[in-house]
Ligand binder design. Structure first.
Ligand SMILES: [Zn+2]
Length: 266
């Protein structure tokens, strides 16, 4: 049984939903993709019925607060359980070298004893374009998302025999065409509706509208499109509004999940 557990769907400053992050599950094993901006990640995991002690792989796409700060709480929880004998195996964090250094230095400065677990039970695995990883019995290919600023990574994975592409919270870049074209599942950001451009200015924030994301999915011939990393001002109507706009530009299966939705992939 393979599925996506959507832990959060909102952008950095949301208050009506949680920061964008999700779990990929394959037969009770998980990859946590981004960690949110704080210890609310522990609550979302609890609501999803997933114990932190069952997480062994964490993928950090980039170092913005809303994606990376929750990692400290994952590390803290697991580092507390390891000496008690309550955490089997290792924690592998897939993250760029620069960001690994930020995390290491901060943890070592504040909790030196916790830092002793680095490289013995808690490992940092460098991300670079084209790197192949095998996680939860699936092949991952790491993608440099070519952001306009900073560094930002996503991945393509063979998930339950289907190709899933994850382009995090930056617009799809044309250089990724060969990797992403024909994806069965595309997870793409959409900050707001096309009609709300003046209000939210998504392009100035290096984000897309629903229309933009749906045109990308059409160009890439994706079968299923999952939109996330949105504004939250009209959260109760979000799914209806985004679906209505999106289906004008994309004829596949369009999903606008709410926090804690579970999307079955097979
Ligand atoms: Zn973000």
């Amino acid at each position: 049984m393979s599925k996506i557990i959507v832990l959060g769907t909102g952008h950095a400053m949301v208050t009506e939903c949680f920061n964008s992050c999700l779990l990929l599950e394959n037969n009770g094993r998980y990859v946590l993709v981004d960690t949110s901006g704080g210890n609310g990640i522990l609550g979302q995991l609890k609501k999803a019925g997933v114990a932190v002690e069952d997480i062994h792989d964490v993928f950090i796409t980039h170092n913005h607060f809303d994606h990376m700060v929750g990692l400290f709480w994952i590390i803290r929880t697991i580092a507390y359980q390891i000496p008690l004998g309550n955490y089997e195996g290792n924690l592998n964090i897939y993250i760029t070298g620069d960001n690994a250094k930020l995390v290491r230095d901060y943890v070592l400065a504040v909790y030196p004893r916790m830092g002793q677990l680095f490289d013995s039970r808690i490992f940092f695995v460098d991300l670079f374009h084209g790197r192949e990883l095998e996680l939860i019995d699936n092949e991952f290919t790491v993608m440099d998302l070519k952001p306009t600023m900073g560094s930002h990574f996503g991945f393509v994975m063979d998930f339950a025999g289907k190709r899933l592409s994850y382009t995090s919270d930056v617009p799809y870049h044309d250089s990724l065409y060969d990797l992403v074209y024909g994806s069965d599942w595309l997870v793409h950001e959409a900050f707001c509706l096309e009609s709300q451009i003046d209000e939210y200015k998504p392009h100035e924030k290096h984000h897309s509208t629903v229309k933009d994301a749906c045109l990308v999915a059409t160009e890439l011939n994706a079968a299923n499109l999952i939109l996330f990393h949105t504004e939250d001002d009209n959260i109760l109507q979000r799914r209806a509004l985004y679906t209505a706009e999106g289906l004008q530009y994309f004829s596949g299966n369009l999903l606008v999940p709410d926090d804690l939705d579970v999307i079955s992939l097979c």
